[in-house]
Design a protein around this ligand. Structure first.
Ligand code: T1G
Length: 709
């Protein structure tokens, strides 16, 4: 038996412990280890009951996701999976008790449900999150969960993918007892009680009384499909999970399991699942930074300070307060401070009203935000985040002041979205302590945090920033210091092409609906209206575009000159009236004018061309960012776009999507755009190199992160 799985005993109770840190992933070797342990204990006449428990911080958190790549790339045959293990557990003539702490997820919960009984500590979570990977439970979860918890709960968990706590799991029948003290002694006591009870153990597969009947089930399945339609945003797996649960109500157990495996296999080999699994690992890969190790000193962050209580500063202050970190919030005068606090209170009150926060939690978080008009207490701050107006002169003035009023070891971070971190750092005597923390609006909601390294940002400041991102429940991505960093730098050509398409003849709503049809959370023109057209307008005025030839953003500049800044003024690309919106005739008129000035013959443009002309602009700029080393990996760019710009995770992010389309196809199309539209479309050299050598962004990134030979 492998050291991955060990057995021990408490009297006549056999104990199987899984030791596969960090999350006891159910790899084939772990499954084999548990199976041989079960067979050994079943054969041992002195053993009357069996306990299955996870070592370390959690029970099994799922099948080993790394194994799926081997299956889908043909390196491994698609086999019966966990059936031998699950059948051995369920067929055992001796009661098998699963003891759960931490999380029992995916294959972990499925293994637990093949045991006869389940006990858990109160803090345990259980779930079937497979749909988040574009999969469905593939080891009997859709067949056993309805038998334990009923159809509605099984649908909620299998199609929604969210975990539930131990109390909820007890109430619906997934677990049999919440252990009060230590888990193992509680499990032993429960096992002894089951042995004393005598009779055959409770086999989940034989429980049929919660499967309902066609008449009562029909509305439940219809409701589940409606919920999936509302939430799925083009993802297939939730509907497939519903189909598999439905099989539990119409087929005998063994046939239902076969149906589930067929559906699981279909999902496993889908592009969506491969993309979602890529996002899962890419989100964890971003934390791996050359030169930063677990021994790099981290600066403890016990108190923060924010300069600027506007939309961004207020949201950042909330982010710290939500993470339990006390935060000073400074403004230049009382009215500005009062406005900032009022917005914070309103945001929290909205969350309480939605039931996602209790009033007590709101009060506790508000109490962590200390408003101030002075720098007096800034020496207590371990980190200061500057969130003032996006102008270099003002930012340098603020950083010069911060240099004087904070401790020398404090981190000084700027929330700038485009400006040069090195120039900002030059206003201080400690450039090694200066870094960019670019939050995305609304800062208390959006998960992405671009961490912008300056030339002199120290490894300790970088390491602390990456760790802090996780504490703030953000996904921190380290990026290089160039204008607009990664996200906004790629967003510029994306929205430029969206506006060029309107000039070339596409209707405003056609551009946006083509992209939402592709899976974007919002269309580019609607996003600009939400963010405020004046943001880009001011930046363009600060960085006058000296390109010869076709002028971009002509229509948008004219909208701004006429005072149309988007939602905040009631008109931008759209008109916002009575809670609805409609294309703004002024925007259409300005676009037609720009087309005339650029001598463009307007035409109707199909959605697939709209998607190509906008998404390929993202990809081309992303390739430049990679070759300049501004992003460490293609997957980092994917994470920026999935978490910061609503790029569909089911397509993996712009760079993964390019690999899926095929770089040669993308490159050839960009060459056509260059022919049609000129210099904006010169293909990035890296894209050309990879496309013409049959490579992918993923393989290029992997080769870059291999240790130097
Ligand atoms: N397989 C392989 N590696 C995994 C893994 C898994 N299931 N879960 C986590 N890891 C790695 C992760 O990549 C990271 O690696 C380290 O563990 C710590 O993870 C058959 C088909 C459990 C809530 O979807 O949700 O079962 O970066 O940073 O924040 O029907 O991990 O250190 O090298 O996320 O404390 C279903 C996925 C699988 C759960 C812990 N299960 N995992 O969060 O740590 S499919 C899941 C998570 C399946 C069956 C189906 C979280 C966590 P590294 P971490 P964390």
């Amino acid at each position: 038996m492998s050291e991955l799985v060990t057995t021990s005993r408490e009297g006549d109770i056999g104990i199987i412990t899984i030791n596969n840190p960090p999350v006891n992933a159910l790899s084939p070797s772990v499954a084999e280890g548990i199976l041989s342990a079960v067979q050994k204990l079943v054969a041992d006449a002195t053993i009357k009951g069996i306990i299955l428990i996870g070592g370390g911080r959690t029970f099994i958190a799922g099948a080993d996701i790394k194994e799926f790549g081997k299956l889908t790339s043909g390196q491994k045959a698609f086999d019966t999976g966990l059936d031998p293990l699950l059948n051995a557990l369920e067929d055992s003539p001796k009661p098998v008790i699963c003891a759960i702490h931490g999380t029992a997820l995916g294959g972990g919960l499925e293994t637990a449900m093949a045991c006869h009984y389940r006990v858990a500590v109160a803090s345990a979570q259980v779930g079937q999150p497979e749909v988040k990977l574009g999969l469905i439970p593939g080891a009997g979860g859709t067949q056993r969960l309805p038998r334990l918890a009923g159809i509605a709960k099984a649908l909620e968990m299998c199609a929604g993918g969210e975990s539930i706590g131990a109390a909820d799991a007890l109430a619906c029948g997934i677990i049999d007892e919440i252990v009060k003290g230590e888990l193992l002694p509680g499990a032993v006591e429960f096992a002894r009680a089951m042995i004393a009870l005598g009779g055959p153990p409770c086999r989940t597969r034989d429980l049929n009384d919660k499967l309902g009947d066609p008449a009562t089930n029909a509305p439940v399945f219809a409701m589940a499909r409606d919920v999936a339609k509302r939430k799925a945003r083009g993802l297939m797996a939730p509907f497939k999970a519903i189909e598999a649960v439905e099989a539990a109500t119409t087929l005998p157990f063994a046939e239902g399991c076969k149906r589930e495996r067929d559906i699981f296999r279909e999902c496993l080999f889908s592009d969506q699942s491969k993309a979602l699994i890529h996002v899962f690992f890419a989100e964890r890969e971003v934390a791996k930074i050359p030169g930063i190790t677990k021994d790099t000193p981290r600066i403890p962050i016990r108190c923060a300070a924010i300069v600027g209580a506007g939309t961004m500063g207020g949201g950042i202050a909330m982010t710290y307060a939500n993470a339990g970190i006390p935060v000073l919030l400074k403004e230049i005068d009382q009215p500005a401070l009062d406005r900032g606090l009022a917005t914070i209170r309103k945001n929290y009150a909205n969350t309480v009203r939605k039931g996602k926060l209790t009033q007590q939690q709101m009060d506790e978080r508000l109490a962590r935000i200390e408003p101030t008009l002075s720098f007096e207490r800034f020496k207590e701050a371990d980190i200061v985040v500057e969130a003032v107006f996006e102008g270099m002169a003002l930012k340098k003035q603020v950083f010069a002041e911060l240099d004087k009023v904070t401790r020398p070891d404090a981190i000084l971070a700027s929330n700038t979205s485009t400006l040069n971190i090195d120039e900002i750092a030059s206003a201080t005597s400690r450039p090694q302590q200066v870094i960019g923390h670019h939050f995305f609006s609304p800062a208390n909601v959006m998960k992405l945090l671009e961490i912008v390294r300056g030339k002199q940002s120290s490894p300790s400041v970088i390491a602390t920033s990456m760790e802090l991102a996780k504490k703030l429940s953000k996904v921190g991505v380290l990026v290089g210091n160039c204008r607009a960093f990664v996200g906004n730098r790629m967003f510029d050509p994306y929205v430029r092409e969206a506006q060029f398409l309107v000039e070339e003849g596409a209707k405003i709503e056609e551009v946006d609906s083509a992209l939402t049809g592709f899976g974007m959370a919002m269309g580019p023109l609607a996003v600009l209206d939400l963010a405020g057209l004046d943001v880009g307008w001011r930046i363009r005025k600060e960085h006058r575009d000296t390109h010869a030839g076709r002028k971009p953003f002509l229509a948008e500049d004219r909208l701004c000159e006429a005072g149309n800044f988007g939602q905040k003024t009631g008109a931008g690309w759209y008109r916002y009236e009575g809670g609805g919106r409609s294309p703004n005739p002024d925007a259409e008129r300005f676009s037609e004018e720009a087309a005339r000035e650029n001598k463009i013959t307007r035409r109707s443009i199909p959605p697939e061309e709209i998607v190509e002309q906008t998404v390929y602009a993202l990809i081309n700029e992303g390739a430049r960012i990679l070759e300049e080393g501004i992003a460490l990996r293609a997957g980092d760019i994917d994470i920026v776009y999935v978490y910061g710009y609503g790029f569909p995770a089911g397509r993996g992010g712009p760079m993964w999507y390019a690999d899926t389309v095929g770089l040669k196809k993308v490159y050839d199309r960009i060459c056509q755009f260059e022919q049609q539209h000129g210099k904006f479309w010169s293909p990035a050299p890296l894209l050309k190199e990879l496309a013409t050598s049959g490579k992918t962004f993923a393989s290029w990134s992997a080769s870059k992160s291999e240790p130097e030979a």
